[in-house]
Design a protein around this ligand. Sequence first.
Ligand SMILES: C[S@@+](CC[C@H](N)C(=O)[O-])C[C@H]1O[C@@H](n2cnc3c(N)ncnc32)[C@H](O)[C@@H]1O
Length: 213
Amino acid sequence: MTTQAIEARYGELATSDCCLSCGTAVGLCDAKPGQVCVDLGSGRGTDVLRLAEVVGPTGHAYGIDVTDAMLDQAQKTAAKLGVTNATFRRGTLEALPLPSDTADWVLSNCVLNHATDKAATWHEIARILRPGGRFVVSDIYAVGDIPDEYRNDAAYVAECWAGAVSRDAYLGHIRGAGFTEIRVVEESAPYEKGKASVASFTVSGRKFERCCF
Ligand SMILES: C[S@@+](CC[C@H](N)C(=O)[O-])C[C@H]1O[C@@H](n2cnc3c(N)ncnc32)[C@H](O)[C@@H]1O
């Protein structure tokens, strides 16, 4: 699916102050000074800048986003605040612009539903996490079926509902990427968004750490 529709929608929202989140992923992240955090679909950069403060000068926070206007906005805010341990990079969820085994934490808020290939996205998350690293992701899932006419329409996907998959499929993608300790830590009641019934949840998990025997 083209990213043009994503860039068109989120380019317009880059300088607005409307809430684009659907959970409290960053608040549930227990990053420590010196660690490396990555926020996928970092938008205006608020969560990355918060994480940069938590991990301090010996750590680093990365924001990955596909919309140039969002990256510009985030970089401007970082510069204004004098934040030097945050980096914003252009990239897509299915091909993250970071080396393997980089991150102690991967965060994301209301983004992964946009991914064209959810399985590839979760494998990318597993790739960039260090063994034993953790993710906390807030997102939406579909409560009923989303007809193909909406699912295949890039503009509806960019509206943050038509790309949603079922709760079972969502957790299946996470399991399929080899994660352990998978927990749903918060979850909403179903609500209507666009032309679909969806719910929001926050899921955490850990990359398997191979032991030494
Ligand atoms: C709903 S906003 C959420 C922004 C931010 N996480 C927040 O909570 O404020 C979705 C963000 O994900 C980005 N995005 C959507 N699809 C993406 C993709 N395939 N790859 C990278 N970023 C994507 C958009 O550009 C946008 O900044």
